[in-house]
Design a protein. Structure first.
Length: 382
């Protein structure tokens, strides 16, 4: 039974204030969330959602007890029990995938449903919410285990100087979603593209591996009247698929299909790192600029500065330099640190040798949580 939440429920408010990642939402964000919740009362034995269903709601369990069940096994296998004060269902929302298990009520239970699009909006707009959620998913649910395994194998191959794509491929196929170009270093992009290519050409090879199709390809390539950019008649591709292949390989697509049919992905990547490749030119330019600025501002060469002159060199992007030089953060550092510790910000849980570093680390989230202060730093910068 579902009804719109019309009155503020102190129990659901407590969950949002106490549970990570919701505790990192600002009061305004929590208010927005509370105003758009749907309440559900599920009797014992009732179902919250079915395995393989495609709904995307995230649920806050205010009272009662529910359990996750794998109904594909015979008999059904109980996976876990979820007690009141917790939330569940975020995986389907985050990864746009069907429900892994069925969730049923063991006791009469009261829940609140968060619409999937609202949950994702907080992921996109609140950095602290997204970071704390990512930590939970990594530590408690192991959603990045496949990525960690793939990365470890990739790093080992890179360190040894040789990567066998065939051995790496099973690990790559476990990634969901798969890695794509632009992830990290260029050689990692290259290897992941090779893995992606290997996965896709195996699908194509399976389509064209029957003798009749292979004979059609050979006859087409040997014939003098083959259509430039076309495919032999009877090829096992839909028009949209054929157009996609043509967009990649153009007039060579039939030749490429023949290569796919007879070649395998027996690819080794040989990584050779250049030794003694240190190029000091950029460092020379940078240090010369620092030296020139020092002489212009202070009248001394950097190596001749008086002992009482303290030097702080900030090497970073423009945004970070602005933050470091901004007096607002220094003047409000105690207030920012107090907020970070009271809200149990993920960064505040770490040990910092210099508390000023923590101020810079959490300052962006602090400003997001206190938008009324956003004008002050701009005024001080100007």
């Amino acid at each position: 039974m579902s009804e719109t939440n019309k009155r503020l429920d102190p129990l659901v408010t407590k969950i949002l204030e106490d549970e990570i990642p919701f505790r990192f939402l600002s009061a305004t964000e929590r208010g927005t969330l509370l105003s758009d919740l749907d309440m559900l009362s599920i009797e014992a034995g009732g179902t919250v959602f079915e395995q393989e269903s495609t709904d995307k709601e995230v649920y806050l369990l205010v009272s009662g007890l529910v359990e996750t069940v794998d109904t594909k096994t015979n008999p059904p296998l109980r996976i876990n029990r979820i007690t009141s004060g917790r939330y569940f269902g975020e995986r389907s929302c985050l990864f746009d995938q069907p429900r892994d298990f069925t969730v049923t009520a063991i006791e009469d239970s009261k829940l609140y449903a968060i619409k999937g699009e609202i949950f994702l909006e907080f992921v996109h707009t609140s950095r602290s919410f997204a970071q704390s959620l990512g930590s939970i998913l990594r530590e408690k649910q192991g959603i990045f285990d496949a990525f960690d395994t793939f990365s470890a194998a990739l790093g080992q191959g890179g360190a040894s100087g040789s990567i066998d794509i065939r051995r790496l491929l099973p690990l790559y196929q476990q990634l969901n979603p798969a890695l794509h170009p632009g992830v990290n270093a260029p050689w990692i992009d290259f290897v992941t593209c090779l893995c992606l290519y290997a996965v896709e050409v195996r699908k194509i090879r399976k389509r064209i591996s029957d003798p009749g199709t292979l004979l059609s390809i050979d006859e087409y390539l040997c014939g003098s009247d083959n259509r430039v950019g076309g495919l032999p008649d009877g090829m096992p591709f839909k028009k949209s698929e054929a157009d996609g292949i043509a967009s990649v390989w153009g007039d060579d697509m039939v030749s490429r299909l023949r290569q796919i049919a007879f070649h395998r992905e027996a690819v080794h990547v040989d990584i050779r790192r250049q030794t003694q490749s240190y190029n000091s030119r950029r460092t020379d330019i940078w240090t010369r600029q620092v030296g020139d600025a020092t002489r212009e501002l202070l009248g001394h060469h950097p190596s001749d500065l008086p002992p009482e002159v303290r030097v702080h060199i900030i090497s970073s992007n423009t945004h970070s330099v602005t933050n470091c030089l901004n007096p607002f953060l220094s003047e409000h550092s105690l207030r920012i640190l107090e907020w970070a510790r009271e809200s149990k910000h993920p960064d505040a849980l770490d040990r910092w040798e210099n508390s000023r570093d923590l101020v810079y680390a959490v300052s962006r989230d602090y400003m997001l949580a206190h938008p009324e202060l956003s004008v002050s730093p701009q005024v001080e910068r100007d």
